[in-house]
Write a protein that binds this ligand. Structure first.
Ligand code: BG6
Length: 462
């Protein structure tokens, strides 16, 4: 069968500043939490590879954009590094950063590739973390100023802005589950960080609209549909709690302009609500977006808890559900994530039925695989598994669109193998193989497949 996509469908990929630029200690850039954490706890990073060693986009941007062109991208998302643009978060703008991003955006446009730009992709300037990071409302104000500077500097060419990428990840990683700096485990502080992130988002949206900039503004959320083990009401309730905490905590404010009442009631009942100010709700109501980026990697399966909660243990989302391993689930063993293609369709249906069918696109989807060199045939990685992964997901995207979902594009994570935070280069996600020693780039079979799919705006599959 031929799967054809709507005219002007966005075909591309996503990346982020810190994961690709390299030069993390140069070019006038300030330190981020990642530079600091790596210097102090190198053992946390796979094979001791840190943020300064990422894929050299800072120097190779021109050649890399040629590769994007070869992949027939019509759009590409990356982020601006706040710490590169404003090294201490609040002060002077770094002219080297302005020059770098100007060149990148100009070259993308020159090559017919629309830049989609994220303002914050996990990379907090260290100077901002030192005053409390997202726990401090001064950082919210500093972020808002940073966003406005970006609109002023680049808004004549960047027409698709995203305030945050996966804002729940720094909350989970940094304040609940110990996989990002500052490695705090404290739900109330996590809730404060999440809340202030929503305020920062809304301030940026407000500034964007007040400045009458061209284009549109949105956010990128990682949505993990919550599936109950069974239809037993207790399992269903467990899934509802997981959905409230991990999806609706961001989805509702940015699409409906308010938090779900039952999430607020739940946190209130356990004394976990962040401190609110009277003007916050009006601000949040103004933060509704023009465009939603959907990152989808895996579903979340949950069941009713098997055991009683230990009241002496820190308050956690898992007080309300247990994670559930469905027998027979398909796994990506390298990343440890379940692969469940219909999940991407369920997200689109949920948005259509419950959120007014917003303009949206798949902003990330992808498969990290270890030791891909074993698949080299005639000098090229034959990653048929990635082609299968993408096409199976695209089939479900196609079905969603054919039923009316307002889904405008599909971006893969990612274009050249890049640095995956604490996993460094363990799992490779790219359409293009990166040789870490020589920095040589070689297109994988999936890259060729994607280039053809983008060119034809369709693919064939049984
Ligand atoms: C998303 C992020 O969570 O998934 C990326 O936006 C990240 O920054 C990607 O790299 C893949 O996840 P990971 O943890 O394997 O790098």
């Amino acid at each position: 069968m031929k799967y054809s996509f709507p005219e002007h469908f966005w075909w591309g990929s996503a990346s982020s500043a810190l994961q690709t630029e390299g030069e993390s200690l140069g070019g006038g850039k300030g330190l981020t939490t990642w530079d600091h954490w790596f210097a102090n706890q190198t053992n946390r990073f796979h094979q001791g590879v840190g943020p300064q060693d990422t894929s050299t986009f800072y120097h190779n941007w021109k050649a890399d954009i040629q590769l994007l062109k070869q992949l027939n991208h019509n759009s590409f998302r990356t982020s601006i590094s706040w710490a590169r643009l404003i090294p201490d978060g609040v002060g002077e703008v770094n002219p080297q950063a302005v020059e770098f991003y100007n060149q990148v955006f100009d070259e993308l446009l020159e090559q017919g590739i629309t830049p989609f730009i994220t303002l914050f992709h996990f990379d907090m300037p260290m100077a901002m973390q030192e005053i409390g990071g997202w726990e401090n409302r001064d950082v919210v104000a500093a972020y808002s100023r940073y966003a406005q500077i970006c609109f002023e500097l680049f808004g004549d060419r960047v027409l698709h802005w995203f305030t945050f990428n996966e804002p729940i990840v720094p909350v989970e990683g940094g304040y609940l589950y110990d996989f990002h700096y500052p490695n705090v485990v404290d739900f109330r502080r996590a809730a404060t960080v999440a809340y202030h992130t929503v305020l920062a988002h809304a301030q940026a949206v407000r500034a964007f609209r007040a400045g009458h900039y061209a284009g549109e503004i949105g956010i990128v959320l990682n949505l993990t549909p919550s599936y109950p083990r069974s239809q037993n009401p207790l399992d269903v309730k467990a899934a509802h709690y997981a959905d409230l905490m991990f999806n609706r905590s961001f989805l509702d404010p940015v699409l409906r302009g308010e938090y779900p009442a039952d999430l607020v009631a739940l946190l209130k009942a356990y004394d976990q609500l962040p401190a609110c100010q009277p003007e916050d709700s009006a601000l949040i109501a103004e933060g509704t977006i023009d465009l939603l980026g959907i990152n989808y990697y895996q579903p979340r399966r949950v069941k009713c808890r098997d055991s009683a909660v230990n009241p002496q243990a820190p308050f956690m989302p898992e007080w309300f559900f247990d994670n559930y391993e469905m027998p027979g689930r398909k796994m990506n063993p390298y990343r440890g994530w379940e692969i469940y293609e219909p999940g991407i369709y369920d997200i689109l249906v949920n948005l259509r039925e419950n959120y007014g069918n917003p303009r949206c696109f798949i902003s990330e989807n992808g498969m990290g695989v270890e030791n891909e060199q074993r698949f080299i045939e005639n000098g090229q990685i034959n990653d048929q598994y990635r082609i299968d992964f993408i096409s199976e997901h695209l089939k479900w995207v196609h079905k969603g669109i054919s039923e009316g979902a307002n889904c405008l594009g599909y971006h893969m994570w990612t274009f050249i193998d890049n640095w995956s935070w604490c996993n460094a280069y363990k799992n490779r996600y790219g359409f293009i193989q990166l040789d870490l020693n020589t920095q040589q780039r070689t297109i994988k079979k999936s890259g060729e497949w994607f280039a053809a799919t983008s060119l034809n705006n369709s693919f064939d599959k049984e």
